[in-house]
Design a protein around this ligand. Structure first.
Ligand code: SF4
Ligand code: SF4
Length: 410
């Protein structure tokens, strides 16, 4: 767009959307159809995680520390590292599968810089795990997207920091919009776009523009609250909070996003500590380029045990280890893993916290589907018994998801 053009960024991206909507429709439908087996595998992964706590739900693994960008706030990249050799990465993936890991996510650095990434994705899928990728999106082309389809990628996430690139970040909608259009046209995997709000973000309204564009292209969205370099939570300024609330209204979050907002995000944007148990090192693992297991990207160095030696004893110990950084933690993927464990350990309390009453003293506002599922799967409340039809239905669903046998429960 020529400098000085009066069209706003919003209008610009809306125009792209109108122009392409007709072409994208069949691809969006195909993506939806192809996602059905994936939904089943995801449901099975969650059911297994609800059944047992003795395996990691999610592991993030680094195929290269190198990145093609240099975001000013980032402490997770360098400019010199070589890709981890494929044979070593395959061993690590096999070990994660042996530990019973449900989802394996590539992160970095920029994982698309790894020359054998597709082979690594195939190996994850060969174990029946879910394969996901966090990328800055710069290296995506139609052919690269199609090769990720062929490899069996399940999910891709791009975090977009601003509408126009600036000195802090080049992960901007202006640069990445063409990549998003290619994803909408060619990706058979799920795509989610994360925007950010909070400390250091100079144009909070950008997050709304990014969310709208992602929704228009048929992608999932999330918004992360970021905080200052001291790690202290501060309430979002009023302008940021208004943008955040507007995003929440427009994105119509599903079950997990809605529950996440109630359980964690509302506190984060208000600057309040969260009360939760962090399962890092057990239910969530971060595997660095040297093959060591760490709690997460922000707590590297603990416990720093080689993955090949990481055992059931380590998983058990870290499940119960209290992490002093938990109250002010903003690592959302570990929060989400903890939600599954809360649901497993205290299902009724979890549902009330996920869907709190809108007025004090009223009943929890559970969606109809959640009420049905809880009547099927939760133990009967004290003094009541579950009826026979519900027991039979629950048994049939559990068998379909493959979570009924002791072998699979781990
Ligand atoms: S693209 Fe990601 S890994 Fe690379 S510098 Fe930016 S935040 Fe860090
Ligand atoms: S609480 Fe957050 S920062 Fe601390 S170890 Fe857990 S995930 Fe990492």
């Amino acid at each position: 767009m020529p400098k000085g053009d009066t069209i706003s960024e919003n209008a610009l991206f809306a125009t792209f959307g109108e122009y392409e909507r007709a072409e994208m429709m069949p691809t969006a439908l195909v993506r939806k159809m192809r996602s059905l087996p994936r939904r089943f595998r995801q449901a099975r992964m969650i059911a297994r995680a609800l059944k047992s706590r003795r395996h990691p739900i999610l592991a993030q693994i680094i195929p290269t520390r190198r990145c093609n960008l240099s975001c000013a706030y980032c402490n997770e990249y360098d400019k010199v590292s070589k890709p981890v050799p494929a044979a070593e990465m395959l061993r690590r993936i096999d070990r994660l599968a042996e530990l019973g890991t449900g989802i394996i996510t590539f992160s970095g650095g920029e994982p698309l810089l790894h020359p054998e990434l597709d082979e690594l994705i195939r190996r994850i899928r060969s174990h029946g795990c879910i394969a996901t990728l966090i990328t800055n999106g710069y290296l995506l082309t139609p052919e690269r997207i199609r090769s990720l389809n062929r490899a069996g990628l399940d999910h891709l996430q791009i975090s977009i920091d601003n509408v126009q690139p600036d000195d802090i970040s080049k992960k901007s909608l202006k640069v990445l919009d063409k990549k998003l259009q290619w994803l909408a046209q060619h990706a058979e995997f799920d795509v989610s776009i994360n925007s950010v709000i909070g400390a250091g973000v100079s144009h909070p309204e950008d997050a709304l523009t990014i969310t709208r564009r992602a929704l228009e292209l048929g992608f999932d969205t999330s918004v992360g609250a970021i905080h200052d370099h001291t790690g202290q939570l501060k309430p979002l300024p009023a302008a940021d909070k208004a943008v955040y609330d507007q995003i929440q209204r427009e994105r119509e979050p599903g079950f997990w996003a809605f529950a996440y907002d109630n359980l964690f995000q509302k506190n984060l944007v208000s600057g309040r500590a969260n009360e939760w148990h962090c399962g890092a090192g057990s239910r969530y693992l971060y595997i660095c380029e040297d093959g060591l297991v760490h709690y997460c990207s922000q707590q590297r160095g603990y416990p720093a045990i080689p993955l090949e030696k990481y055992s059931a004893t380590d998983l058990e110990r870290e499940y119960s280890t209290k992490k002093p950084c938990a109250p002010y933690c903003t690592v959302s993927c570990v929060h989400r893993v903890a939600m599954i464990d809360l649901l497993r350990e205290k299902p009724r309390e979890a549902l009330v916290r996920f869907f709190p009453p809108t007025t004090p003293g009223a009943a929890a506002q559970m969606p109809f589907g959640v009420k049905v599922l809880s009547s099927l799967f939760l133990p009967a409340a004290e003094g009541k018994s579950q009826n026979r039809a519900a027991r039979l239905m629950a048994g049939a669903v559990k068998r379909a998801l493959g979570v009924h046998s002791a072998r699979q429960a781990r």
